[in-house]
Design a protein around this ligand. Structure first.
Ligand code: NI
Length: 193
């Protein structure tokens, strides 16, 4: 076996809603040891691989059975209306300061709740800070879809799943059904135009 093979990243199993690991708060990572923490670095590599394989926009360590405060989040172009795209962002020990503005509803799915989505109220903007994978302190502001993804992922670190944030369960359903409704609505709009 080559060294490259031994260093190959792994696609991890994703816990699904109902598994207690998703309800447990994750432990903070020792910030001074981030760069030298081999298990943490491997976890981050494997989370990147797992997220890419699953085609999601975010992943939190508890979703792959690791009780550490690590998240991945991104906002690809074309998601979240006109928000600017944000590349894959890795945050260790993320902290969020939510803007006091009125929460906004937006659709969310979760790799731990496959096939479903729901409308969840979230702060429209926030400040975040934490550490990158080299152990450097990072901070920034996020708006719209990226702010939503960050709130969703940090919730995972506190054992919170998006249905626990929902206010109106009429806006909760299977992707297949909701996609069909949306396609029908778009077709009706075209006919009226
Ligand atoms: Ni999720």
């Amino acid at each position: 076996m080559t060294k490259d093979f031994l260093n190959a990243m792994s696609i991890l199993k994703i816990a699904r809603m109902g598994h207690p690991v998703l309800l447990q708060p994750a432990q903070a990572v020792e910030a001074a040891a981030i760069a030298a923490d081999r298990s943490l670095q491997t976890l981050i590599d494997d989370m990147i691989e797992t997220l890419a394989d699953a085609g999601g926009v975010g992943l939190a360590a508890p979703q792959v059975y690791a009780g550490r405060r690590v998240i991945l989040a991104m906002a690809p172009a074309g998601r979240g209306d006109d928000d600017a795209p944000t590349p894959l962002t890795i945050l260790v020990n993320p902290e969020l300061e939510l803007a006091p503005d009125e929460p906004r509803l937006g659709w969310e799915g979760c790799l731990s709740i496959p096939g479903l989505r729901g409308a969840v109220p979230r702060a429209p903007s926030l400040r975040y800070h934490g550490f990158d994978r080299s152990g450097q302190a990072v901070e920034g502001v996020a708006e719209g879809f990226f702010a939503r993804v960050l709130q969703h992922e940090v919730d995972h670190l506190d054992g919170v799943l998006y249905p626990m944030r929902m206010a109106d369960f009429r806006y909760f359903g299977f992707d297949e059904e909701l996609n069909r409704l949306e396609a029908e609505a778009r077709a009706a709009e075209r006919n009226e135009a």
